[in-house]
Each structure stands twice: as structure tokens, then as C-alpha cells.
Design a protein around this ligand. Structure first.
Ligand SMILES: NC(=O)c1ccc[n+]([C@@H]2O[C@H](COP(=O)([O-])OP(=O)(O)OC[C@H]3O[C@@H](n4cnc5c(N)ncnc54)[C@H](OP(=O)(O)O)[C@@H]3O)[C@@H](O)[C@H]2O)c1
Length: 260
């Protein structure tokens, strides 16, 4: 299916691995020129035609630098995908409200909320000129914040809300803004014993594979499995393709959440 994206330009945050890398690959396969920002550049990213920018997107300077570099490289931006997240959650992930230091909230909001806010603010004047499209990658956790990790989930709730705000303000100016909220996705976050799920498993004293199997059993997706990064990327590409979707929040969780 031709998504009508050929010849467009895009910025994807956090494209060195996981969901971001899948989005980079999918957009390039659709004929999009892509610039992506992350702190490191993986061999997998190097194999793509994307232009990597080494940048820390949890800082205001990082967000500005990415859009400045992308504008020079691409000549203008049609598409923005705010995907960056999780990173080194480590100690910043776990605990109840009174256990979490303020740094956990600051870290989560800088990486998941303010990165998207700042990159969007830098990119939106250009997106308006080109009548572009924006997708934020939120999370199923935004809809069930109390299930934890709480600081992460609350930062994602704020991101989902920001998507609604931007859609309402910029839709009339020709920019569609939508959100994708994945359930658990088979990136290093779930597959790497040194990743986020590994940190949680360690803290509970459970082997990583047993923790992941138990978590999947508890979440009980109708499909019985994790979502793949490529499935998220295809959903993102569809939302970016010409259509009348605006302010939507697409839950991509294999059927975990049962309420309407
Ligand atoms: N995996 C899941 O189960 C799941 C579920 C729901 C939502 N999500 C959301 O999907 C998004 C991607 O998750 P993922 O699973 O693909 O994570 P991932 O595999 O850990 O990839 C995260 C990406 O963000 C980059 N990154 C992290 N911190 C950064 C920083 N400070 N500055 C610049 N880049 C940074 C990483 O590159 P560097 O490390 O090189 O910087 C990497 O490219 C996140 O927003 C996450 O919250 C994931």
C-alpha cells in the first residue's frame, strides 16, 4: 500500500534502537528522508540511510540542536515522531510515591514529556509551513497511571494530553497531531536482561525470563504476545499518511485494556 509519504522529510527522536529504529526503517522504506537524534549511534542505525545526530534529548539544548541540524540537513520538516524514552530508567523507575526521589519525576518528565514539548516547539513553525504531521509515542501506562511505574506513567499521561492540546491548536493550521500508546513492545526494554524489565526483575529477585513471562500472564493480552516494534512503526506510518485522523490516541496493546 502506497502511504503517500514518498519525498517527505522526517525527524524521529530516539531512532538508534527499538521502536524508533523501526520507525526510521519504515519511513525510509516509504521514501522519506530521515534525521534521527539519540545519544549513541548503533550499527543497526548506521546501516540505514538516516542521518544520525548525537544529542541528549532530555535537555533543552538537545531538542533545539536536533531541529536546527535537521532543518539544515533536510531543508524543512514534514514529519515529527516524538519517540524518545525509557533510556536509563534504572533507579528512577521503581517505588511508591513516598519512595521516589524528586529526581525520578524530573528525569521522567524531562525525557518523556519535555523532550517532546521542546522538540515540537522547535519544529512546529516549520511543520505549519509545510502542513505536516506529528506523532507522539506515549504508552498504555498513560491510561492506567496507578499501575506503575508511576513517574513514567504520569509523564506519559501528560504527553498524551499534550497531543490533544497540539492537535486542537495546530489542526486548523494544517498540522495533524496523533498519539500511539503501545502496550509492552519486544524491544530491549523487555528482551534485554540489562534493560528496564531486567532492572525490575533484579529488584524483585526473580530471573528475567520468569519475570517477563509472569508479567505477560498478568497483563493477559488477547493476542497472548508482545507487540513488535515493526507493528508500532506501521501504525505510526499510517497515522502520518494523508488522512483525517487528528487528536487520536491509538492503543496498540494486543487487547490488554478491556474498558471502552
Ligand atoms: N518497549 C515498550 O514496551 C514500550 C511500551 C510503551 C511505550 N514505549 C515507548 O516507546 C518509546 C521507545 O521505547 P523503546 O522500547 O524503543 O526504547 P529503547 O529500545 O530503549 O530505545 C530508546 C531510544 O531512545 C534513545 N534515548 C534514550 N534516552 C535518550 C536521551 N536522553 N537523549 C536522546 N536519545 C535517548 C535511545 O538511544 P540512546 O540510548 O543511544 O540515547 C534509543 O534510541 C519510548 O517513548 C517508550 O516510553 C515503549
Amino acid at each position: 500500500m502506497d502511504l503517500g509519504l514518498a519525498g517527505k522529510t522526517a525527524v524521529v527522536t530516539g531512532g538508534s534502537k527499538g521502536i524508533g529504529l523501526a520507525v526510521v526503517r519504515t519511513l525510509i522504506a516509504e521514501g522519506v528522508r530521515v534525521v534521527t537524534g539519540s545519544r549513541g549511534i548503533t550499527p543497526e542505525l548506521k546501516e540505514t540511510a538516516a542521518v544520525p545526530v548525537t544529542v541528549d534529548l532530555s535537555t533543552p539544548e538537545g531538542a533545539t540542536e536536533l531541529i536546527e541540524r535537521a532543518t539544515i540537513e533536510l531543508g524543512g520538516i514534514d514529519i515529527l515522531v516524538n519517540n524518545v524514552g525509557i533510556g536509563d530508567m534504572g533507579d528512577f523507575a521503581l517505588g511508591g510515591f513516598l519512595d521516589l526521589p524528586e529526581a525520578a519525576w524530573t528525569h521522567n518528565f524531562d525525557l518523556h514529556f519535555y523532550s517532546a514539548l521542546r522538540v515540537s516547539r522547535a519544529a512546529l513553525p516549520g511543520l505549519v509551513e509545510r502542513k505536516g504531521a506529528l506523532v507522539n509515542i506515549s504508552s498504555i501506562g498513560a491510561r492506567v497511571p496507578g499501575d506503575g511505574p508511576i513517574a513514567y506513567n504520569v509523564s506519559k499521561s501528560a504527553l498524551t494530553a499534550l497531543g490533544k492540546v497540539l492537535a486542537a491548536e495546530f489542526g486548523p493550521q494544517g498540522v495533524r497531531v496523533n498519539t500511539v500508546s503501545p502496550g509492552p513492545v519486544s524491544t530491549g526494554v523487555w528482551t534485554d536482561p540489562a534493560g528496564f524489565s531486567g532492572v525490575v526483575a533484579d529488584s524483585l529477585g526473580i530471573p528475567h525470563d520468569a519475570f517477563v513471562a509472569g508479567a505477560l500472564e498478568r497483563m493477559a493480552p488477547d493476542t497472548g504476545r508482545l507487540t513488535t516494534p515493526e507493528e508500532v512503526a506501521r501504525t505510526v506510518a499510517f497515522l502520518l499518511s494523508p488522512n483525517n485522523l487528528s487528536g487520536a490516541d491509538v492503543l496498540l496493546d494486543g487487547g490488554i485494556l478491556k474498558q471502552v
